[in-house]
Ligand binder design. Structure first.
Ligand SMILES: NC(=O)c1ccc[n+]([C@@H]2O[C@H](COP(=O)([O-])OP(=O)(O)OC[C@H]3O[C@@H](n4cnc5c(N)ncnc54)[C@H](O)[C@@H]3O)[C@@H](O)[C@H]2O)c1
Length: 281
């Protein structure tokens, strides 16, 4: 296995949330190993910027306006991909988020904080709860339903979902994101079985804590020092630091290359500096 080159030459990869922080790193990793990369994002400008960086580095990439909550939007964007690059071999479901109004303002309920205006569970905004739940679960379901149809009958295709540490054990304050990510881990298992006879492998990455646009404002205080939440996260991470997005790329490349992982399906791999293995004592 020494000096193994990942071989993704001419593979077509669709990455949702492709203008985002982790997806941008994933896109570069796939591209630098030969894949043609289609970046789907509701924020077309972000997808275009990420694609332009890849093209500048000599890769093949393009940004597409696509909303993972709309089947019509994904169908239309994917039709463009088929014309530009051909049918998809690798689908990476990277779009995901949370919303402040779907998070509680405290970690545990007391009789006092229930009425102090700090947003208890009883005050969560149903509309935002539904939105987060939809984006973090249905936002993976729709692209998978649309795009995997084309993978049937092809060889060596795979789907990569993005779960989270919150799927294993929910962090305080983020109930809906956590429940939706648990759904993603479960859906990964279900899909892996469903697709196994047609040679579509389905696996997931479960990142620990990486500072990105998704969470920067909760990881750091305005003065740039660590928030108390971050201090707890680092205390619960045996390696004692946040992850670097680049540290997810190797696991992704392993999972999409059938020569390395052809018998691996249904796996949800923690990339977490030991967070999920450590009970805190
Ligand atoms: N950052 C972390 O520590 C961490 C940890 C575990 C899991 N994750 C997961 O990794 C994934 C990427 O996270 P990130 O930190 O790079 O976030 P990010 O906010 O940088 O990227 C998310 C991207 O999704 C796009 N998006 C949002 N709604 C969309 C929609 N309806 N259709 C299409 N695109 C849409 C956004 O425009 C953005 O570009 C998410 O699923 C997130 O839950 C992140």
């Amino acid at each position: 296995m020494n000096n193994y080159d990942f071989n993704l030459k001419d593979k077509v990869a669709v990455i949702t949330g492709g203008g985002g922080s982790l997806a941008g790193v994933f896109a570069k990793a796939l591209s630098s190993n030969g894949a043609k990369v289609a970046l789907f994002d509701i924020n077309k400008e972000a997808a275009d910027i990420a694609a332009a960086e890849i093209v500048k580095a000599g890769g093949i990439a393009k940004g597409y306006k696509a909303d993972v909550l709309s089947k019509e939007s994904i169908l239309a964007a994917y039709e463009e991909v088929r014309k530009d690059f051909g049918t998809c071999d690798i689908l990476l479901n990277g779009a995901g988020t949370h919303h402040p109004l779907a998070t509680t303002g405290h970690g545990q309920l007391t009789e006092e904080n229930m009425v102090d205006g700090s947003r208890s569970f009883f005050d969560l905004d149903i509309e935002k709860v539904e939105w987060v739940n939809r984006l973090d679960f249905i936002g993976t379901f729709i692209p998978t339903q649309v795009i995997c149809k084309d993978m049937v009958g092809k060889k060596g295709c795979s789907v990569i979902n993005i779960s989270s540490m919150n799927a294993i054990s929910p962090t305080t304050t983020v109930p809906i994101y956590s429940a939706a990510k648990a759904g993603i881990s479960n859906f990964t298992s279900w899909l892996s079985t469903y697709f196994s006879l047609v040679d579509i492998r389905v696996n997931a990455l479960a990142p620990g804590f990486f500072v990105t646009n998704l969470n920067r404002n909760i990881m750091y205080k305005e003065d740039g020092t660590l928030s108390s939440r971050s201090e707890k996260i680092l205390a619960g991470t045996p390696m004692g630091r946040f992850g670097d997005p680049e540290e997810c790329a190797g696991t992704l490349l392993y999972l999409v290359d059938p020569k390395l992982s052809g018998f691996v399906t249904g796996a949800v791999i923690p990339i977490d500096g030991g967070f999920s293995s450590y009970c805190g004592v």
